[in-house]
Design a protein around this ligand. Structure first.
Ligand code: AMP
Length: 208
């Protein structure tokens, strides 16, 4: 099963992706995670990407498309994959379709997790990630992960001004992909402004 997760930053794509990994045993491929790892280890890709990420802008298409072509050609992606945060522009979606033709496969379903922008701003301002286990939680948990004892940190781009810019980038550059996948008859809209378990029930139903 090849799945694309669409939805604004903070809509809950990463959370649903984790459940999909457990249920379907296919890799979760998040461009944001790959880029953050590149920034953390100061690779040439990371140094190039950082300035865009800090401003809440998109990393140029050619950089991200090249990176994802390599990732999708890795052996674990042959059994299926969950794309989270890619594609984000029409050029990326077209390049993805072309790359998948070369690999003799295609996207089976695009799930669009929809959440109102003001709810997103509130969610992201209080989002925290455990540095050690990667678990996503909220500021109300404090500074220490209740599961592994790691440090809970806020992503550099989760401050309100950058979040608002990321939302406007989403509306202008990524939301048109909803029509792109509607045109391919593989779009399933999901109401993401509900408890995680309820969203998950709809996600499972969409894939059944
Ligand atoms: P995310 O974790 O998906 O919210 O991504 C964090 C940041 O990484 C974004 O604000 C962009 O700067 C960059 N990024 C992630 N995915 C892409 C993509 N598909 N195209 C361009 N930039 C991306």
């Amino acid at each position: 099963m090849n799945i694309v997760l669409l939805g604004a930053p903070g809509a809950g794509k990463g959370t649903q992706a984790k459940r999909l990994v457990e249920a379907y045993h296919i890799p979760h491929i998040s461009t944001g995670d790959i880029l953050r790892a590149a920034v953390a280890s100061s690779t040439p890709l990371g140094l190039e990407a950082k300035k865009y990420m800090d401003a809440g802008e998109l990393v140029p298409d050619e950089v991200v498309i090249g990176m994802m072509k390599e990732r999708l050609a890795e052996p674990d992606a042959t059994k299926g994959f969950i794309l989270d945060g890619f594609p984000r522009t029409t050029a990326q979606a077209v390049a993805l379709d072309e790359a998948l033709v070369q690999l003799n496969t295609k996207i089976d379903v695009a799930l669009s997790i929809d959440v109102d922008s003001e709810v997103i701003v509130e969610r992201l301002s209080s989002r925290r990630t455990c540095e050690a286990c990667g678990r996503i939680t909220t500021a109300s948990e404090g500074e220490i992960c209740s599961v592994c004892g790691g440090k809970l940190v806020q992503r550099a781009d989760d401050n309100e001004a950058t979040v608002r810019n990321r939302l406007s980038v989403y509306a202008n550059q990524t939301a048109p992909l909803i029509d792109y996948y509607k045109g391919q008859r593989i779009l399933v809209p999901i109401d993401g402004d509900r408890p995680v378990n309820e969203v998950w029930t709809d996600v499972k139903a969409a894939l059944a």
